[in-house]
Design a protein around this ligand. Structure first.
Ligand SMILES: [Zn+2]
Length: 446
């Protein structure tokens, strides 16, 4: 069966499958059934996610609130302490917080893992060939409140503008700290310090308050809205029935002609929409036993609608992870050969969003990519300026018309888009297979 056939079956036989609902369990049973029909080895692998929405939102709220409150009192604090606080918060947010979430997770669920030849555990014990893992998340999201969908659209230009304002103010704080230090150590720079402090106290601080207070209010209203009103589940045809369907067709294609130089596996991740839990717990559990240089991850997420195929060139601003440039080139060549429109994109706050390749990339697997189809939007000028300031290599912004809404139904899926993405995926797998053969031939195994 081709991808669109699988997608139609999934949407009609299973329906919404949000993590923690009966639909999620139904989806797993359906997947195991289909994998049995196709005749591949499949198993469930347990992981944990943070199940309680109340706890999830409370943690998010406290985390935002802590920085706000600290900054609101910052006028009384020394500039060096303020700057230190901001840097610590950044470090915590990007490094510690994601790991803490994984550790707090207690609700059990299952990823589904399938293999073409060897069981995964056998491969882990004695890897003989490079690893190929083709994957997609099987859970679906909750619908976003309408006003948030409208707000996200506005945020394409307002968001980067606010970020730039804050960056400028932090630059002032940074300069104040520098002059403060110079004054303390060598007794110079006190005039500059006084001028900057006056600016900060009379103007800068109030600009910051004007930026932060509405943000805090919006976050609070958003969380209350999600907790108190019923928003229902998105049908999830594109996000991510399309990715699941792509993986299923790939299984059929690769079963007919398996890659000769790769150990091939397939994964269906759970609880992606709640914070990429399925894939992140999997990487945390097994990543240490896989070779970073010879593990290829191909993740499919929202591949049924958008005009352009996104090619991830890397992710992060403070801590940067670059995709292996050889892979980027290979994917671009494949898109050009197959006449599929593509767009280079570096994942950052400008692009927003993420997917199940992220934790792999974060932990140093540079051959981890997600295939996504998006309708790119012209970059707003604040986004352009912010990308320049933060030195984001391939900034991009997209539409979110249907994703996470009731409109994400089978009717909006474009068969040609889905089919073309499956072709790109197969061509990429064939490239990896040939590439692995060359590397093994000259480099002596993996
Ligand atoms: Zn998704």
């Amino acid at each position: 069966m081709d991808a669109i056939g699988y997608l139609r079956r999934l949407q009609s036989e299973v329906g919404p499958r949000r993590a923690g609902t009966p639909g999620e369990a139904r989806a797993r049973a359906w997947l195991l059934g289909v994998l049995g029909e196709v005749g591949v080895l499949a198993e469930e692998r347990e992981y944990a996610f943070l199940g309680s929405p109340l706890v999830r939102y409370a943690i998010a709220w406290v985390r935002n609130m802590a920085l706000f409150v600290f900054l609101l009192f910052s006028r009384q604090l020394d500039s060096i302490i303020v700057l230190g606080g901001v840097v610590l918060h950044q470090l915590y947010s990007s490094r510690l917080h994601p790991r803490l979430m994984l550790r707090l997770a207690r609700t059990r669920s299952q990823n589904i893992l399938a293999s073409l030849e060897k069981p995964f555990s056998e491969h882990l014990d004695e890897p003989q060939r490079p690893t190929l893992l083709i994957c997609a998340h099987y859970d679906t999201p909750q619908n976003l409140p309408r006003w948030i969908v409208r707000m996200i659209k506005k945020m394409r230009s307002v968001g980067p503008l606010l970020s730039m304002t804050m960056l400028t103010l932090f630059a002032v704080l940074f300069l104040m700290s520098v002059f403060n230090l110079l004054d303390m150590l060598f007794g110079v720079g006190s005039q500059a310090l006084t001028a900057l402090s006056t600016f900060w106290i009379k103007v800068g601080y109030w600009i910051m308050v004007a930026v932060f207070v509405p943000q805090l209010l919006l976050i609070t209203i958003y969380i209350l809205d999600l907790l108190l009103r019923e928003h229902g589940d998105s049908p999830g045809a594109d996000d991510n029935g399309s990715g699941v369907a792509l993986v299923l067709e790939m299984i059929e294609r690769l079963k007919k002609s398996p890659p000769a130089n790769l150990e091939t596996f397939f994964a269906f991740w759970g609880a992606e929409e709640l914070g990429l839990y399925g894939s992140r717990q999997f990487v945390r559990q097994y990543g240490g036993r896989l070779d970073k240089g010879s593990t290829y991850i191909v993740n499919a997420d929202v591949v049924g609608v958008g005009e352009k195929l996104l090619i991830h060139t890397g992710q992060g601003v403070m801590f940067r992870r670059k995709t292996d440039p050889e892979i980027v080139t290979a994917l671009i060549d494949i898109c050009e050969a197959l006449d599929v429109a593509y767009l280079r994109s570096w994942e950052s706050p400008i692009s927003g969003g993420s997917s199940d390749h992220a934790e792999w990339a974060e932990r140093g697997f540079s051959k981890a990519v997600s295939l996504l189809r998006e309708n790119p939007k012209k970059l707003s000028w604040p986004a352009r300026a912010l990308a320049f300031l933060l030195r984001v290599p391939d900034p991009a912004q997209f539409d979110i018309e249907h994703v996470h809404t009731p409109e994400d139904t089978i009717d909006i899926i474009r068969e040609d888009v889905l089919a073309a993405t499956v072709d790109v995926c197969e061509a990429y797998v064939r490239w990896i297979d040939a590439h692995a053969a060359v590397e093994q031939g000259t480099g002596g195994g993996a």
